[in-house]
Design a protein around this ligand. Structure first.
Ligand code: 3HC
Ligand code: NAI
Length: 698
């Protein structure tokens, strides 16, 4: 027996304690250990029941995800589950912490289940591009009926113990030490003369309208295939014998195991956890954070203040005038009342946050006790320098001075203070209390404990923090500028913005680039084009058709007209007929004969532009690892999670093929499509972006 299972006897009960920290994933050694321990219990004289418990913080978090994609090793989980369920002994599971995926599937093979009130159960396999593969799709509906099981499996959500009891997933909820609770329950069951009760022997769940459910789930998945596939597996549980249903589940599970989506989603799972794990931060203690200052209470400042309040920080917000201060307070209260309406905070909490935890002031002196300040004033270097000069004068020593700038040079901002080691960029995304991404922008002189504090703040705010270096736009906005340009070039060459938006939504983006531009405001791009005009290379192609719309005061959604026209109160727009005219006029003036584009070509060019710029960002050290780019695009730019990120997408396509396409596009526009040196090197060495991630983890 492996040391992953501790076997102890308690009178006529054998306790199997799984000990595979941190979360008791079902590695091969755990599976083998459980198998051997079942054999031992069945051969152990006088044993009448088996109690399975988990050591540490969880019952079992599921199959060991690190084993996916490698040759499967015996004993396979479905076979182990069947073996546990078929035991002549009474098998009980006592669940605490999480029982997820294969973990819940093991519990479903026990004959009885007891859970702690704080326990959570779920089948989250769809989030990994899979479906449950050890009987979850066959046993759960036999306990709950088809619809609750479909809800749990297709959403992957975690269900709390009370709901699990109501649904019939667990038999009892009892508080206490999981082993003690489990033993007491098992003794009760033995005393009552309870017999083994295999879930597989329960009647199948009655049929529902499977095709309609499949279509609805497919649509909701926006290109993600695993949730809809799960519907077919649950259908099999209803229509087939248990054995045939299990075979169907296995077939669908193995099919999904071979997909790009499974690779992409598992890459996202591990990258999300690796992104904050930087060698430079090992052993570096962050500074203490209690009170946070925010300068500027516009869109971003109010969002940042809201996020900080919701995470328990005291907030001091500075605005320029009493009216602006009042408006800022109103914005923050508005954000918080959203949280109140959604049940995220109570009325009492709302009152405390808006009245006690938040101070809005027009005097910089109010900042004398804050531990960190985030500046979110207008995007103008002179204004930022003036603000940082004032902050330097009033903030206490050791206070961190951060800028939320989107593009400006954080080194230059830092140099305007006498404490450049305390200056950092903290780039939030709009709306800042909702979007998960935080770019931690490390300037030349930023101290490492200031970087560590940036990451600690991100964690406290529930964000995914990515380390970025200083350049125009850092990681995300720099790459965005490039793939947006690729989209603009396609418009000049003959694709319509609407075809491009549609092709990219079909690829999996939440919105296409032109709908996003309307939402963000066309004035931003217009101003950026003006700012960059003096330094532009003569070979750079810059469309100007949209500037004419801006000159007439049309800035997208906020003015009701942009690429799309928006009826009052409507978020979705209809194509603006002026765009086709403006584009045609520009094509005529440039002597371009428009050509048709297929949706595939649109996606390929857009993605190649993204990957090429991302490879430059990594090659220059602006992003430390390819996975940092992937997480930036996933959490800040609506990149479809099931592709894992642009770098993972490129690995899956094959880097030689991506480079070949970039080189072929360069034949038309050598300035824009200059291949990234890193991409060429990787292709020459036969390596991938993921190989770089792995090297960085060594
Ligand atoms: N396999 C391997 N490693 C796992 C794992 C798993 N199933 N679950 C978590 N880990 C690792 C994490 O990668 C992390 O490693 P690190 O410390 O080296 O970064 C460590 O365990 C701790 O995880 P978290 O940092 O995520 O800890 P939290 O306490 O925040 O969350 C959790 C714990 C809720 C269990 C969360 O990790 C989680 O959701 N895990 C995935 C659960 C899951 O998807 N299970 C289904 C697996 S697929 C399956 O079972 C197929 C079956 O049907 C055949
Ligand atoms: P905004 O125009 O909505 O708000 C700026 C606020 O700063 C205004 O309320 C103004 O009164 C105040 N302000 C200006 N100078 C000030 C001073 N000296 N002292 C105190 N308050 C002052 O701008 P927004 O959109 O909130 O942007 C702020 C910063 O955040 C910019 O640097 C921008 O580039 C950056 N950013 C913006 C994002 C967005 O989507 N809007 C996303 C990420 C970053």
């Amino acid at each position: 027996m492996t040391d992953k299972i501790a076997y102890t006897r308690h009178d006529d009960i054998a306790v199997l304690r799984i000990q595979n920290p941190p979360v008791n994933a079902l590695s091969q050694a755990v599976r083998q250990g459980l198998w051997d321990a079942m054999d031992r219990a069945e051969a152990d004289d006088g044993v009448r029941a088996v109690l399975i418990v988990g050591a540490g913080r969880a019952f079992i978090a599921g199959a060991d995800i690190t084993e996916f994609g490698k040759p499967p090793m015996e004993p396979h989980l479905p076979v182990l589950c069947a073996r546990i369920e078929a035991s002549p002994l009474l098998v009980v599971a006592s669940m605490h912490g999480v029982s997820l995926g294969g973990g819940l599937e093991v519990a479903l093979c026990a004959h009885y289940r007891v859970a702690q009130p704080s326990a959570r159960v779920g089948l989250p396999e769809v989030h990994l591009g899979l479906i449950p593969g050890a009987g979850g799709t066959q046993r759960l509906p036999r306990l709950t009926g088809a619809e609750p099981a479909l809800d749990m499996i297709t959403s992957g959500r975690q269900v709390k113990a009370a709901e699990a009891l109501e649904l019939g997933v667990v038999d009892r909820v009892n508080e206490g030490d999981p082993e003690a609770v489990g033993l007491a329950y098992t003794r009760d069951l033995l005393a009552e003369g309870a017999q083994p009760r295999p879930v597989s022997a329960l009647p199948a769940a009655p049929a529902i309208d499977w095709d309609a459910t499949y279509e609805a789930v497919l649509k909701k998945g926006r290109g993600q295939i695993s949730p809809a596939t799960a519907v077919r597996a649950v259908q099999a549980a209803s229509e087939m014998s248990f054995a045939d249903g299990m075979a169907k589940e296995r077939e669908l599970f193995m099919e999904l195991m071979g997909t790009d989506q499974r690779q992409g989603m598992i890459h996202a799972f591990f990258s999300e956890r690796a992104v904050g794990n930087l060698p430079e931060l090992k052993g570096v203690a962050p500074r203490e954070l209690k009170a946070v200052g925010v300068i500027g209470g516009g869109t971003m400042g109010a969002g940042i203040a809201t996020a900080a309040l919701l995470s328990g920080f005291e907030v001091v917000l500075i605005e320029m005038t009493a009216e602006a201060a009042e408006a800022a307070h109103g914005r923050i209260s508005g954000n918080l009342s959203g949280a109140l309406k959604r049940g995220k905070i109570s009325q009492e909490k709302f009152d405390t946050l808006t009245q006690k935890a938040l101070v809005v002031s027009t005097s910089y002196d109010s900042l004398n006790n804050v531990d960190l300040v985030v500046e979110a004033v207008f995007e103008n270097m002179d204004v930022k320098k003036e603000v940082f000069g004032k902050l330097d004068a009033v903030c206490k020593p050791g206070c961190i001075l951060a800028s939320n700038t989107s593009y400006l040079d954080v080194d230059e901002i830092a140099a305007s203070t006498a404490r450049p080691a305390d200056v950092i960029g903290l780039h939030f995304f709009s709306p800042a209390h909702i979007m998960k991404l935080l770019e931690v922008v490390v300037a030349k002189e930023t101290a490492s404990d200031v970087v560590a504090t940036g990451f600690a703040l991100g964690k406290a705010l529930g964000k995914i923090s990515v380390r970025a270096g200083v350049c125009d736009g850092f990681i995300g906005n720099r790459i965005l500028a490039t793939y947006r340009t690729a989209a603009d070039h396609m418009v000049l060459d003959g694709a319509s913005p609407y075809q491009i938006d549609k092709a990219l939504v079909n690829f999996g983006f939440a919105m296409g680039p032109f709908a996003v531009a309307d939402l963000a405001g066309l004035d931003i791009g217009w101003m950026t084009r003006k700012r960059k005009a003096p330094h532009r290379h003569p070979a750079e192609r810059v469309p100007t058709y949209i500037d004419h719309l801006c000159e007439d005061g049309h800035f997208g959604q906020k003015t009701g007209e942009g690429y799309y026209i928006y009826a009052a109160g409507k978020r979705a727009g209809v194509p603006n007929p002026k765009i086709a005219e403006l584009v045609a006029a520009e094509q005529a003036s440039l002597g371009i004969t428009p050509r048709p584009f297929t949706d595939e070509e649109i996606v390929r060019r857009y993605m190649c532009a993204m990957v090429n710029e991302a490879a430059k960002v990594v090659g220059e050290g602006i992003a430390r690892r390819p996975l940092d780019v992937d997480m930036t695009l996933l959490f800040g730019y609506g990149f479809p999670r099931y592709w894992g990120g642009p770098m993972k997408w490129a690995d899956i396509q094959g880097l030689p093929e991506v480079l070949a396409d970039i080189e072929s596009y360069a034949a038309e526009d050598a300035w824009f499509w200059q291949p990234a040196p890193l991409l060429k090197t990787l292709v020459a060495e036969g390596r991938t972006f993921d190989d770089m991630n792995k090297d960085a983890a060594k």
